[in-house]
Design a protein around this ligand. Structure first.
Ligand code: NIG
Ligand code: FE
Length: 442
């Protein structure tokens, strides 16, 4: 154990020599290097913080699907004879991180949009394609047409790709239905995916994503009428247990802050947290609105102003950065990373997996892009895929390795945590534990 880790462990309230406790675990992991992302182990944004909140030569005791104890490897060795062979995992000095969390995805959708990819290669912009009836609306057509079984089958491939790289919690948005039945179908598939694959799924209602074709008219703007429907559907889907949070697309090609405010008001009455696609293509004040509603996160943010960063800092709203969309759209306007750092706004990184702007099913590659395109540090992108991604979903028991947290852990065959963001295309996974149980197949 290095000096700083030893000091932290000594101070830790969780370290115990109590034999009854040390012999009571369901499972023990020994010989581990931990990237805890826990303030209890020195993780933080101050200058004397310990990178990744790392603890070397550590052991973890797991009981009832939670982390029950964290200590030095040496503290547990005397008690190992009390355990059966299958209860002990000796990881031989490998690194363990919290289970990765992809906090902004649209993985449930029908069809694909490689034709738009080709159109953009010959000069069309995302906005041009949307104006000509492509974009989000073309995915809406395919999603409406898909049976629930087909939608499940199409979406599960994307989920499995993310899971293979250590994602143990994921947010999944609706927003390609834009009518009550199809929004319900999408959210139902999201819930079914969580159940089938034993992965935590947070569902987000994103009916305020685009104006559906039946509301488009050359004679008048019917977007206010559509927002009224969005507000009416929300309590219905919420009462069916399908909604964990509420999102919208606040942009000059989508909905105004006033329209999103109407949706957020309904969310507030229902006690649902809000988040928003904001400042992706222009600055129309979406993040300020999220901050006013004490929202969990504001996402994209390339055009975010410093004034609105201050508001996000005051409301503890996470900045969710989506380098896959920046890359796919060949954006050149960087999100204001330096100012977000200066104001200590927590930053998360996510795939934004969707068929239009980010057909990306690799959170490790999103981390790499976060470093290379946005100049984030390797510690920032890893924290952004664990502890701050958990915060962006309101999950206080996930995203860090700390006593009391869920035992969602990933074992990696890497020399240093930075390797996870550095390598592209190599998946160094060695094991995935969800709620205290190792997955049989990774
Ligand atoms: O997160 N910005 C809005 N929504 C998605 C794109 C959706 C699409 O083009 O299908 C996003 O980038
Ligand atoms: Fe998105």
């Amino acid at each position: 154990m290095n000096h700083s880790s030893a000091q932290i462990l000594e101070k830790s309230i969780n370290t115990t020599d109590d034999k009854d406790i040390l012999t009571s675990f369901d499972h023990i992991i020994i010989n581990a290097n931990l990237a805890t992302f826990s303030a209890q182990y020195g993780f933080g944004i101050c200058t004397n913080s310990i990178p990744y909140g790392q603890l070397n030569n550590a052991a973890i005791g797991i009981k009832n699907s939670s982390i029950a104890w964290i200590g030095g490897h040496n503290q547990i060795t005397a008690h190992l004879p009390n355990y059966q062979h299958h209860q002990i995992t000796d990881v031989d000095g490998k690194w363990i991180t919290p289970g990765l969390i992809d906090c902004h995805t649209h993985i449930v959708y029908g069809g694909n949009r490689s034709n738009e990819f080709e159109a953009r290669l010959t000069g069309a912009s995302y906005q041009d394609i949307a104006a000509q009836g492509g974009g989000i609306v073309s995915t809406v057509t395919a999603t409406r047409a898909a049976s629930i079984e087909s939608l499940f089958a199409q979406s599960e491939k994307r989920l499995l790709a993310l899971m293979k790289e250590g994602v143990t919690s994921i947010e999944i948005k609706s927003g390609y239905g834009l009518d009550l039945d199809t929004e319900r179908k999408m959210l139902t598939v999201a819930r079914q995916l969580g159940e089938k694959y034993n992965i935590h799924v947070s569902t987000t209602y994103l009916a305020a994503h685009a104006l559906p074709p039946e509301y488009k008219s050359h004679m008048q703007d019917r977007s206010d009428d559509y927002i009224e429907q969005v507000c009416e559907w929300l309590p219905i889907l919420h009462s069916e247990g399908l909604v964990d949070a509420v999102d919208g697309f606040c942009e000059n090609i989508a909905f105004s802050t006033e329209q999103i405010r109407r949706v957020f008001e309904v969310a507030r009455v229902l006690g649902l947290p809000v988040k928003l696609h904001s400042e992706q293509l222009s600055d129309i004040g979406g993040s300020a609105l999220v901050a006013e509603y004490k929202g969990l996160s504001s996402d994209h943010l390339e055009h975010l102003s410093e004034d609105d960063i201050k508001k996000m800092a005051a409301s503890d709203t996470v900045a969710v950065l989506l380098p896959g969309a920046f890359y796919t759209l060949r954006d050149t306007k960087l999100p204001p990373i330096e100012a977000l750092r200066r104001h200590q706004v927590p930053m998360a990184v996510s795939t934004d997996c969707n068929p239009g702007t980010s057909p990306l099913t690799s959170l490790l590659l999103a981390m790499n892009m976060g470093c290379t395109l946005f100049y984030l540090t390797t510690e920032e992108v890893l924290a952004g895929s664990t502890v701050y991604a958990a915060q962006a979903l309101g999950l206080s028991n996930k995203g860090k390795i700390e006593v009391g947290c869920d035992a969602d852990l990933v074992l990696w065959d890497i020399a240093r945590p930075a390797d996870l963001a550095y390598q592209m295309g190599l998946n160094p996974i060695n094991g995935i534990m969800v709620q205290g149980k190792w997955r049989e197949t990774v």
